[in-house]
Write a protein that binds this ligand. Structure first.
Ligand SMILES: C[S@@+](CC[C@H](N)C(=O)[O-])C[C@H]1O[C@@H](n2cnc3c(N)ncnc32)[C@H](O)[C@@H]1O
Length: 305
């Protein structure tokens, strides 16, 4: 991301959650507010982006679609971007709810984008303070949009503008009512791949520094390339090209075999690392539409030591 422009992928992720809420059943993750954060023009432009991508990367598939609506459905379902966006949100919020049962009272959403948790889950907001930490440009865009829509900001929602590449997450202590002594749940969805390895590990180390033991963090990450599948490699290339065009190129992945040791050096204990096959089993098996786990993305859950 460059310094002045907001994240287009954040809008893309909101589009995917909104599309799914409106058009698909059963739900992988239900976000009925997501579409509302996008204007009609933005929805139109994002749909066009996906239709163009389908045309250039899967012209045969595009030809088989009788109309634009089914072409859009094909684009969202056969490429795994939407599957990743939906299943990682489900995974994070399932772990969060479990954590709230164990006494978590703060929820820090790192790289929050157009996340709607604070507006969508009023009953959970009675139990947790929510901190949305995001790049200043994206956060300004979102706050302006919320103001235009006239959405009331819940009293327990706090905004913390912060660029992970320029400032340490530790600074949020002095810019918000965040309590470093309180048991905290962090989610970091759809962000690690856009940062350098050093920034990811420094930020995870800051999570461990500013929260007490048994605080939790969930993040998704780019795992190893799947050399065995040409289709998977082609899909990853198409997604990589699309993200580069949007100004948010993929930068960093992690080796699952070394992740536990990487996290340990950052003060975290790896609790769970879901491989694509685990994600498939948990969230996609039995679906009859085209949604399925990405071959490349894994979900990690770690605890502060
Ligand atoms: C793909 S979006 C994901 C948004 C949201 N977590 C979701 O799952 O829909 C990437 C998010 O990371 C944020 N981001 C990217 N680079 C960042 C940086 N250097 N500092 C802070 N936030 C950053 C963007 O502003 C954006 O909100």
């Amino acid at each position: 991301m460059d310094n002045n422009s907001f994240s287009l992928t954040a809008l893309g992720a909101a589009f995917m959650r909104g599309y799914h809420a409106r058009h698909d059943d059963p739900k992988i993750f239900h976000d009925p507010l997501a579409y509302g954060l996008l204007t009609e023009k933005e929805r139109f432009l994002i749909a066009r982006h996906w239709l163009n991508r389908l045309q250039s990367a899967d012209a045969e598939g595009a030809k088989m679609c009788p109309d634009e609506a089914s072409a859009l459905r094909r684009a969202l379902q056969i490429w795994t971007g939407a599957s990743v966006v939906l299943s990682r949100a489900r995974y994070a919020e399932e772990a969060l709810r479990e954590g709230i049962g164990r006494g978590i009272r703060q929820y820090v959403i790192l790289g929050a984008g157009m996340d709607t948790f604070a507006f969508r889950c009023p009953e959970a907001m009675e139990k947790v303070e929510v901190f949305e930490v995001d790049h200043p440009a994206t956060q300004t865009f979102k706050r302006n949009r919320i103001a235009e829509l006239g959405w009331k900001i819940p009293s327990g929602l706090h905004f913390v503008p912060l660029d992970f590449t320029e400032s340490s997450l530790g600074e949020m202590k002095s810019h918000s009512p965040y309590n470093p002594a309180g048991l905290t749940f962090f989610s970091w969805l759809g962000v690690t791949y856009y940062l350098s390895r050093k920034t990811v590990l420094d930020t995870l180390a800051a999570v461990a520094r500013i929260s007490p033991p048994e605080s939790m963090v969930v993040f998704d990450y780019l795992g190893p390339r799947v050399a065995s599948s040409r289709i998977a490699a082609k899909r990853l290339k198409a997604i990589g090209d699309s993200l580069r065009d949007l100004g948010e190129p993929l930068k960093t992945g992690f080796d699952p075999a070394a992740l536990g040791a990487d996290l340990a050096r950052s003060g975290l204990r790896l609790v769970e690392d879901l491989a694509p096959s685990d994600i498939q089993r948990r969230y996609f098996d039995g679906r009859t539409d085209g949604y399925r786990a990405s071959e490349h993305i894994r979900f990690a859950l770690a605890a502060v030591k």
